[in-house]
Design a protein around this ligand. Sequence first.
Ligand code: FAD
Ligand code: DHB
Length: 391
Amino acid sequence: MRTQVGIIGAGPAGLLLAQMLHQRGIDAVVLEARSRDYVEGRIRAGLLEQGSVDTLTEAGVADRLHLEGLVHRGLELRFGGAAHRIDLAGLTGGKVVTIYGQQEAVKDMIAARLRAGLPLLFEVSNVAVHDIDTNRPRVSFRHDGRDQVLDCDIIAGCDGFHGICRAAIPPADLRIFDRIYPFAWLGILSRSRPMSEELIYARHDSGFALATMRSHAVSRLYLQCAPDEDPAQWSDDRIWSELRRRLGAADGELPEGPILQKGVTAMRSFVAEPMRHGRLFLAGDAAHIVPPTGAKGMNLAIADVRVLVRALDAFFAGEGGDLMDAYSATCLERIWKVQRFSWWMTQLLHRTDGEDAFEHRVRLAELDYLTGSVAARTTLAENYVGLPYAG
Ligand code: FAD
Ligand code: DHB
């Protein structure tokens, strides 16, 4: 089999890349290790920056997003028993964020690709990349019981944090930045009305909590917990009472409902530099991870793809490889700013065991400053809705 771009991974990065290349007349084959059901059912992120919505719209895969997505013009911060609204739209000249489950965006992109009859292979195994230092890189894999080889001009490693692409780059050629946080999130999905029309981020002495949603009838709620927390130790009653306490919910303010899913998400900041080795380009979680506070993971994957599409478009149009050479540095400029923001929001809102009294007071002062200063609120808002794209 032969294609221009071999894409490994059908998460948001791989699927969006395939779609945007298709719009530009560039062929791709997408190889995905999991089944379609698994990929479409995987519950992860849910908040799209304005630029991500615009990108999915330009890619022609946002019809349902515009029908079902919930537009949010602000958010609420709660701490010390008080609530403070951050007017995202007012502080950013009208920019908003949109709630739309990652798996819904993934479903839309899979449907678009299959409808167009374009190659997307699920349940491939033994995926390996070869000759990435040459102009004829290859991907070998097993599908439908047959060993196959995909000859490519370019390989896009969109296979997430645990994929094989980053590991195919010689360790001596990669610089890794890594920080593991001493806490995690217990996330639940519940068939219940959201607590409020906007998201609530709460800092409490017992730990962080976040009330978000997937629709007017389905809530997504998170509680800070230990990295090795066993979700089985959390009865439904314990979850709801802890949420009420940390979110400072007034009587009846947090509607309860059946819990549909429960899971623990680890918190990590990670960057691998550079994001390219020869003809292999990494995009999304394959190259970087942010802690979920601020919801940047999927948005950052989308931003990488925009840069990669521009570079590949120029390359296949015969305009040379300058943009491909600039790919990693262009992406990393944004990635480090988003790393900073995700780290900052995480340390501001979480409880750290062993935090000394001085740090505790400084953090409370920062929250007070943030909610009391237009300049500080603007800094939060412009990062939260998404920094402008390069170029
Ligand atoms: P992925 O979505 O990970 O996609 C990679 C794809 O590659 C997967 O489909 C995988 O099956 C496939 N793959 C892996 N290895 C191979 C292989 N060898 N061959 C072929 N295919 C392969 N972000 C937020 O902003 N907010 C959140 O609340 C949030 N929650 C999260 C919860 C969890 C449990 C996780 C893991 C992530 C969460 N994220 C969250 C991060 C966000 O979901 C990711 O940043 C986003 O999925 C990145 O997209 P991606 O396409 O780069 O990677
Ligand atoms: C969601 C997740 C986040 O990490 C966040 O900061 C906001 C929203 C969500 O799952 O909806």
